[in-house]
Design a protein. Sequence first.
Length: 329
Amino acid sequence: MQNYAAAVQDFVERHATGLTVVFVTGAGVLALRRWLAGGVCRSKVRLDGKTVLITGANTGIGKETALDMAKRGARVILACRDMTRARIAADDIRQRSGNGNVLVKKLDLSSLQSVRDLAKDVQENEERLDILINNAGIMMCPKWKTEDGFEMQLGVNHLGHFLLTNCLLDLMKKSAPSRVVIVSSLAHERGKIHFEDLNLEKDYHREKSYYQSKLANVLFCRELAARVQGTGVTVYSLHPGVIRTELVHHLFPTFALWQRIIAMPIMMMIKSPREGAQTTIYCAVDESLANASGLYYSDCAPKTPAPQALDDAAAKKLWDISMSMVGLA
Ligand SMILES: NC(=O)c1ccc[n+]([C@@H]2O[C@H](COP(=O)([O-])OP(=O)(O)OC[C@H]3O[C@@H](n4cnc5c(N)ncnc54)[C@H](OP(=O)(O)O)[C@@H]3O)[C@@H](O)[C@H]2O)c1
Ligand SMILES: *[C@@H]1O[C@H](CO)[C@@H](O)[C@H](O)[C@H]1NC(C)=O
């Protein structure tokens, strides 16, 4: 015993610097990881008897959000493009939440017809809709077009959700108080709405397109909030954080080997989908936000978005153009 203690003391003395470095680094990494994990939604609100619809809920942030809503007792509709993956996700959510009231419906946001079909299905078959979560998104894909000829990222991230939300508004008003939650991104800060060429036909860049679509999300939130004021429908947009999901799958393959090697430790540090779902969940349920509308959130707290996301004239202009693009005006 005596010898052992002496040996440990000897070891510590001889390796003091090395051990200090290891402990400090370890503590630093843990602290950084905790800090990166961001805010947590602490609300214990139950959603029994309420209905929640989430787009793109078969994976990533959307699936984690759906699981949380199911645990709170809601009827949860996963609106997804890939029905096979959606059914697998629904089974998993039912099992983990113990809530059997989880269903899947087909939604391809790159087709206005598909959006209208889903909205009709919901209007005809659901008694209420308390929370709509516009979560689905596509990031930095090549220059692709939607079925209706829109540039893909604008079409899926903004226009498809714009039409969906407008089609479901009456049901949401009947279910008031109800909430629309729009998953945007910090990337909106680098965005600009290219009114002269919304589909970026002349000068397509995958980043430029993603930034524009995420700025459109924040502007849509503001304009919609103003338009539904007083109806009991409130609207929220948010940045979920940087999260390890499939979102990078169009981007990652374009990286050179050295870029992938550098990206790997960074990937370890970034948020898990569960952590990444917290701000969405917060906007969807937290009691403290009951009277807030039209604002932008990050890490479960309000945040001021970029100046171009506060431009009410641009928000109105984008609304009017979007209305005619999706055939509502
Ligand atoms: N991950 C991040 O670091 C991060 C950062 C900022 C913002 N966000 C935002 O968070 C949201 C969720 O992203 P995520 O990270 O969870 O990505 P993800 O794992 O790639 O999930 C995206 C979801 O959107 C669906 N989707 C894509 N195109 C669709 C379409 N045409 N119709 C219907 N659904 C479609 C996908 O369905 P399929 O399985 O069929 O492809 C998938 O379910 C996005 O709006 C994204 O912009 C993410
Ligand atoms: C929201 O407004 C109502 C009516 O003015 C009020 O009773 C309620 O306390 C407010 N809730 C919050 C969380 O601010």
